[in-house]
Design a protein. Structure first.
Length: 474
């Protein structure tokens, strides 16, 4: 282990890395079930397709994380990206409307787009073009990435990571809906049977958060993981005591055998090239560019932001082995296309493992092994409540705000792009879109303040591409 991952050089140990990998896994395990739900229209694409995408999610994520572990030796974990998978599902629906093909045939046609995107990224990564794009991002924009990701993580933790399934109340946001809800009759009437679940979820979230904070203050290793486990226990006890439900009931009905036959029949190397060509050349080019831009800057933002928080960057803000990290992302996307899922990208939840002490590829390797294991033990991952993972995301988000201390708020060139990114990232839920807005604002300020020469040619090009993306491409 020492020879492969250089643990001592990075100030870590096998135990810390495994704990970090487990922590990251617990914060991103939701993707294992959510991704096939989104890509198959929550089952409308058929159970066979759902099973195929489920296995593809586990396998492609593991391949990408193994690449990250052994090529880059970084603690970043990868899986089919949120936002990108929703966009993929929209593309599938549009292909159905355009061609009249079945859901499965349209899905297989859309996989060709992901394959092309992955191959493009492989080429760009091998020739260091993606790395040059990273280096072209101005320092001020780079400084704002980590804090903006922190706010996005907090937004996920307080809102979109907690879902209350009820016919009258579909989503709950803690900071808007909880305070006063305990005594408001209207709130309980509106939420109906979901009201007790809401209360238990919020209590679980805050208990987990403060357990993590207190343990971290005492310097306890694995504070994030212990806090998540403590929060899970609170939720399980509350389910028995107050909701009169058994949180482990799903385990008794679970299917523990991997559906490899379904995957072979629907998604494994099932590229519909004819259906892909029927989409039309202009549409194909537009979709490939859109997927590439969103994925590229989501990945770059996650790597730069998380690496900055972990002290993995040099004095110029550059991360060693960036080329290999980006190459791992490209390998994951190609693997995803071949097995049957949307774009695989570096997950922002990797920040939880980094905060738990993960510094090497052993963290990514651990998480990758757990994703592979989920082919057999997915039902176990499913019983971890969303509120418990929210505790970790909020805590890590708060810590990432510390990066603001490096921003020169008396310098408009830095302050304005950072401010726009801070608000754009949590609202849009897109790291790439926020970086694009930051780059555009930086370029505009420099040009109209007579400092156009300070902006690199590549920054001009990227800013122009984002303008095209924002105004001309859906």
């Amino acid at each position: 282990m020492e020879k492969i991952f250089k643990l001592k050089e990075n100030g870590t140990s096998v135990r810390i890395e495994i704990m970090a990998g487990l922590t990251t896994f617990m914060t991103m395990a939701y993707i294992i079930a959510l991704n096939p739900n989104i890509l198959t229209g929550y089952g409308s694409g058929g159970q066979d397709l759902w099973n195929g995408v489920f296995l593809a999610t586990c396998i492609a994520s593991a391949i990408a994380m193994f690449a990250m572990a052994f090529l880059a030796n970084k603690p970043f974990c990868l899986a089919p990206g949120m936002g990108l998978n929703a966009f993929f599902a929209v593309v599938v629906a549009n292909i159905i409307n355009m061609t009249g093909m079945t859901y499965v045939a349209s899905f297989q046609a859309a996989l060709v787009i992901i394959l092309i995107e992955g191959i493009v990224f492989l080429i760009l990564s091998v020739f260091n073009i993606r790395e040059k794009i990273v280096e072209a991002i101005p320092l001020g924009v780079r400084l704002g990435i980590a804090p903006a990701i922190g706010l996005m993580l907090m937004n996920i933790g307080f809102g979109s990571n907690i879902y209350i399934a009820d016919e009258n109340f579909n989503q709950f946001f803690v900071m808007k809906d909880f305070f006063g809800a305990l005594t408001a009759t209207a709130a309980s009437d509106t939420m109906g049977s979901a009201y007790p679940t809401m209360v238990l979820s919020v209590v679980t979230l805050f208990v987990g958060l403060f357990v993590i904070v207190l343990l971290a203050k005492k310097g306890v290793k694995g504070a994030v993981l212990i806090g998540m486990l403590a929060a899970s226990v609170i939720y399980w006890i509350g389910s028995f005591a107050f909701l009169q439900t058994n949180p482990f009931e799903s385990l008794t009905k679970a299917n523990w055998l991997p559906p490899f036959g379904d995957m072979a029949a629907t998604t494994l190397f099932k590229f519909n090239f004819q259906g892909f060509l029927d989409i039309g050349v202009f549409t194909i080019i537009t979709l490939v560019i859109t997927f590439c831009m969103i994925d590229m800057f989501d990945t770059i933002g996650t790597l730069v932001g998380t690496a900055s928080r972990a002290g993995m960057v040099d004095k110029d803000g550059n991360m060693p082995n960036m080329k290999e990290a980006l190459l791992s992302d490209a390998i994951g996307t190609v693997a995803g296309a071949c097995t049957g899922t949307s774009t695989v990208t570096t997950f922002v939840e990797s920040a939880s493992g980094v905060e738990a002490g993960g510094r090497t590829g052993l963290t990514a390797l651990t998480c990758g092994i757990l994703f592979l294991a989920c082919i057999f033990i997915a039902p176990i991952a499913a019983i971890i409540p969303a509120a418990a993972t929210s505790s970790a995301l909020i805590y890590v988000g708060v810590l990432m705000l510390q990066g603001l201390k490096n921003v020169k708020f008396d310098d408009m060139d830095q302050m304005v792009p950072v401010a726009l990114m801070l608000i754009a990232m949590p609202i849009s839920s897109s790291i790439g879109h926020a970086i694009g807005l930051g780059l555009i604002s930086y370029t505009v300020i420099k040009v109209f303040s007579g400092k156009a020469k300070d902006v690199s040619v590549l920054t001009y090009v990227i800013s122009a591409l984002f303008l095209i993306k924002f105004f001309l491409i859906v």
